[in-house]
Design a protein around this ligand. Structure first.
Ligand code: PLP
Length: 397
């Protein structure tokens, strides 16, 4: 049997693989501290769960419209108005099975084979793989750590060609936590209008920003930019709803229509029950999200301080999301017994075997000098994990 070239070319999600390894080790009785996971360690708030239970009790358990129920689309419209000052109609919204599915729909609806998609690096692992699934080409624009992994139009401009179809924006960014300012976004928006490409704005981490950073959606920079922006967001991180699988897209209705058609043949609809829960999340009290953000912020400060105290490690303080992306290349070239550390993959493997902590190698996100640590785990775990990492690094000679 041979599977398709397409399936063979795909790199499976490294972040999901690390989480699976940590889970397996734990099942074997090994005390692993998991820093791999990209999901809040908090429980889904009760009022959201109650809405789902109510939906089940009412028998709201059948197929829905492929693009989502009107009630949820209206809740998304209201959210985009309330939080982002953006006006959309119901026919400009598509509900999908998580933000990842929303992004996949966008690429499938817009890309032709041979199109270029500009992706800022370091990048979230799924962007290039989803682009490749459309026989299109990821073109990476390298952001620099020295400049805080910031994206500026001067970095993007030299890469724009007539083949450029989409620029992917992910602010706040997974894995770096960098969040773009109004000025940076405005420059990128102007470039998109001048050169005629789409802006795919993944705002999954919008509710998790720190140090007074205010999230701004690039769609808010005037009518021309609004028309060129495809806004994707998810309930996963903001409401601790990773398992419910609800994400959404807002953009011109012609694109929504195309994506709805694709979705109708691929998944039918997002889960009816999860959609009712999503209505409760978007329209109900937002305090649980604010509380999560406060706790993430506390952990962020702690972890950045601990990492910067480790020899060979330096870590920027991220403005958003729940990841840190420390540079660990100062440890490369050292060894512990037979184990040599030379790159992010064997450094991460060393941390797993010597310190029993699971992190994701930066190479998976396009930077081999770094590792990604998720602080979506308890403070006790973070303290334990940082102690172990410091000790493992001390043992390198
Ligand atoms: C940048 C980014 N976008 C989108 C997603 C998708 O999340 P979900 O499919 O759970 O909505 C993730 C999840 O890790 C992410 O990190």
């Amino acid at each position: 049997m041979s599977v398709s070239q397409r399936a063979r070319n795909l790199v499976p999600s490294a972040t999901l693989a690390i989480s699976a390894t940590a889970r397996r080790m734990r099942a074997e009785g090994i005390d692993v501290v998991g820093f791999g996971s990209g999901e809040p360690d908090f429980d889904t708030p009760d009022h959201i769960k109650e809405a789902a239970i109510q939906a089940i009790r009412e028998g709201f358990t059948k197929y829905t419209a492929s693009g989502g129920i009107d009630e949820l689309k209206d809740a998304v419209v209201a959210k985009l108005k309330r939080d982002n000052g953006l006006t959309y109609g119901r026919d400009q919204i598509l509900i999908s099975c998580g933000g990842k599915h929303s992004l996949y729909n966008v690429f499938q609806a817009l890309l032709e084979p041979g199109d270029d998609v500009i992706i800022p690096a370091p990048y979230w692992v799924s962007f290039p793989e989803q682009v490749k699934l459309c026989d299109a080409k990821p073109v990476f624009v390298q952001t620099s750590e020295r400049q805080g992994f910031r994206l500026h139009r001067t970095l993007v401009e030299p890469l724009v060609t007539p083949r450029t179809k989409i620029l992917v924006l992910n602010s706040p960014c997974n894995p770096t936590g960098a969040a773009l300012t109004k000025e940076e976004l405005s420059g990128l928006a102007a470039l998109a209008v001048e050169r005629g490409f789409w802006l795919l704005s993944d705002e999954t981490y919008e509710s998790l920003t720190y140090d007074g950073h205010q999230h701004v959606s690039i769609a808010s920079f005037g009518d021309q930019v609004y028309d060129r922006t495809i806004l994707v967001n998810s309930l996963s991180k903001a409401y601790a709803m990773t398992g419910w699988r609800v994400g959404y897209t807002a953009c011109l209705k012609e694109i929504i229509k195309a994506m709805d058609g694709l979705q109708s043949q691929m998944t039918s609809n997002p889960t009816s029950i999860a959609q009712r829960a999503a209505v409760a999340a978007l329209t109900g009290p937002q305090e649980p999200t604010f509380r999560m953000r406060e706790e993430f912020d506390r952990r962020r400060r702690y972890i950045v301080e601990r990492l910067n105290a480790m020899p060979g490690v330096s870590c920027l303080s991220p403005q958003g999301a729940f990841y840190v992306f420390p540079n660990v290349s100062g440890t490369y070239g050292k060894r512990h017994g037979e184990t040599a550390v030379t790159n992010s993959t064997n450094f991460s493997a060393y941390l797993l075997s010597a310190a029993r902590i699971a992190v994701v190698p930066g190479v998976e996100f396009g930077s081999d000098a770094h590792i990604r640590i998720s602080y979506a785990t308890s403070m006790a775990n973070i303290e334990k994990g940082m102690d172990r990492m410091a000790e493992a690094i001390r043992q390198l000679r």
